[in-house]
Design a protein around this ligand. Sequence first.
Ligand code: IMP
Length: 197
Amino acid sequence: MQIKELVFASHNAGKIAEIKQMLAPLGINVKSALDMDLPDVEENGTTFAENSLIKSQTIAKTIGIPCIADDSGLCVDALDGAPGVYSARYAPNRDFDKGMDKLLAEMEKSTNKSRKAHFSCVVSLAYPNGEYKLFEGRVDGTIAPAKMAGVQGFGYDPLFVPDGYDVSFAQMSKDDKNKISHRGRAMQKFKEYLSSL
Ligand code: IMP
């Protein structure tokens, strides 16, 4: 079964741009929940997989075409894995500049002085008949002592320095970030699945 059309269940412009860029070479027409003016789905799960599926399955059933969703977040060792699944809500009024200040302040207060962190992502593909597949990706790195210059990316990118690099995600081109990011890795597995169909 070949997939020619997919809906990406997200209203996050940063994520939408990344997913469209990753799927463009496959000739799949990707529309987002934002493009289609679909309502936001409440994410009340407690894991990335649960939240990802809540979004993809709700929209696939509503509109009757296969739908993908991602749920992702930043897990900081010194904060026992927070903000994790709550990464979007952790930022006051979804202002990530303030969210990054909050993160740095909480790390400062923590007795655990590790700077280690990782981004996790679970991409789910839901079919209108209820069947689904999950694809996971993770990237390890460190939290910089302060926001680093750079205007690429979104969310917590200016604070996250992937292992093996000395620049943050906000200083990398979209292509370079996609090659190693949690979302890029999960999407690579998703693309391999699509090619196996
Ligand atoms: P959700 O998956 O829509 O619940 O949102 C996850 C949140 O995690 C985003 O709003 C960002 O704050 C953060 N996040 C996820 N992926 C990235 C990324 O690639 N860079 C920076 N922040 C991210």
